[in-house]
Design a protein around this ligand. Structure first.
Ligand code: HEC
Length: 129
């Protein structure tokens, strides 16, 4: 699958370089929510997809849903995560990407995201189809 946006990205990347602001990762990688477990989360969950991807595709579920997600990553995609790490990751996810956060984000957001499910556009990023 060829995407024309790749060319555009490359061009803007070169422009950024030309301007002497050579820091592409600043643009590319969004911050994971701060808090205990953050490092483990970034280390284990940004291997195959970005953290951004998790925020955009998360259903902002309960602990059970996050457990299911982490189990799926481990079983279906062979994510190298131990039982102990999985527990810590679910704790972190529930705390930082649970329904409470989704509500808070939606409530405090000044951007108009009224017609989408809560939290899905919390980052204000356009979603790819
Ligand atoms: C070994 C690679 C790998 C790792 C590590 C990994 N994922 Fe994934 N993840 C995937 C793939 C591949 C998909 C796309 C699945 C699809 O499209 O059906 C995905 C999709 C997702 C989705 C979208 C919803 C879904 O269930 O498809 C979420 C949420 C998610 N990952 C969360 C996580 C979390 C949280 C972690 C860390 C515990 C993690 N991922 C680590 C491979 C990985």
């Amino acid at each position: 699958m060829r995407r024309p946006t790749a060319t555009i990205s490359l061009l803007s990347f070169l422009m950024v370089l030309a301007m002497g602001v050579a820091a592409p990762r600043v643009v590319a990688e969004p911050e994971a929510a701060a808090g205990e477990g953050r490092e483990l989360f970034v280390a284990r969950c940004s291997v195959c997809h970005s953290i951004d991807y998790i925020e955009m595709h998360a259903r902002f579920g309960t602990r059970t849903l996050w457990e299911a997600s982490v189990t799926k990553m481990r079983n279906a995609f062979k994510a190298p995560i131990t039982d102990d790490e999985a527990r810590q990751l679910v704790d972190y996810l529930q705390r930082n990407y649970g329904p409470t956060r989704a509500q808070r984000t939606t409530a405090s957001s000044s951007m108009s995201n009224t017609s989408v499910a809560p939290g899905l556009t919390a980052g204000g990023e356009p979603r790819s189809p």
